[in-house]
Design a protein around this ligand. Structure first.
Ligand SMILES: *[C@@H]1O[C@H](CO)[C@@H](O)[C@H](O)[C@H]1NC(C)=O
Ligand SMILES: *[C@@H]1O[C@H](CO)[C@@H](O)[C@H](O)[C@H]1NC(C)=O
Ligand SMILES: *[C@@H]1O[C@H](CO)[C@@H](O)[C@H](O)[C@H]1NC(C)=O
Ligand SMILES: *[C@@H]1O[C@H](CO)[C@@H](O)[C@H](O)[C@H]1NC(C)=O
Length: 151
């Protein structure tokens, strides 16, 4: 038993050292899918009119709305998931009123589940069909929030 434990601990120690050394090795750009978890996050804003410019990611209409949403998500996710949150980005807007398609990246290991993001980030109310999107005046349809793993 004693010897087994010693051997076990030795191997654990070697493994941890080996793993730690691996993380220090210079790598070619690590592939996002092996170290990160990417979620697609879609939701519908109900109190904003879709404008043709929302399709154009260089337009002021797109940039202003995307930045407002990204800033809110960045701030909230950094607060709730300081060790795993990496980034959040709006990918596109679509008509309906404004359907927002976005992506959020988390480090793997202790990554929040889609359910946790829905509960703790979006803070969706029960028994109500609309809610404010974080600290904005944008109203979102509760049943429109979709969070899915991309990989
Ligand atoms: C968005 O969809 C509505 C309803 O179908 C339509 O009336 C409107 O013209 C569309 N807006 C744009 C900018 O495509
Ligand atoms: C997109 O928006 C930019 C900035 O307003 C503008 O210069 C460009 O012409 C627009 N592109 C299209 C396809 O409308
Ligand atoms: C959100 O956070 C990312 C990563 O920290 C940063 O690159 C981006 O500029 C931030 N966006 C906004 C609108 O705050
Ligand atoms: C939520 O319910 C109210 C009252 O029935 C309705 O006016 C509103 O359009 C609904 N919102 C959505 C996003 O379905």
């Amino acid at each position: 038993m004693g010897r087994f434990m010693t051997t076990f601990l030795l191997f654990s120690y070697l493994w941890i050292t080996f793993s730690a050394a691996l993380t220090l090795l210079p790598t070619t750009q690590p592939s996002a899918s092996s170290t990160n978890m990417i979620y697609s996050i879609n939701f519908k804003i109900v109190n904003k009119k879709f404008d043709e410019d929302h399709h154009n990611s260089s337009s002021p209409a797109f940039m202003q709305l995307a930045q407002e949403i990204e800033h809110q998500m960045n701030t909230t996710c950094k607060q709730i998931y300081p060790s795993t949150f990496v980034t959040y980005k709006v990918k596109s807007f679509e008509n309906g009123s404004v359907v927002t398609k976005s992506e959020s990246t988390f480090k793997t290991g202790n990554t929040p589940t889609p359910e946790q993001i829905s509960t703790y980030v979006f803070n969706l109310p029960k028994g109500s069909n609309e809610t404010n999107f974080l600290n904005t005046n944008l109203r979102i349809a509760v049943d429109s929030v979709q969070i899915r793993s991309k990989y």
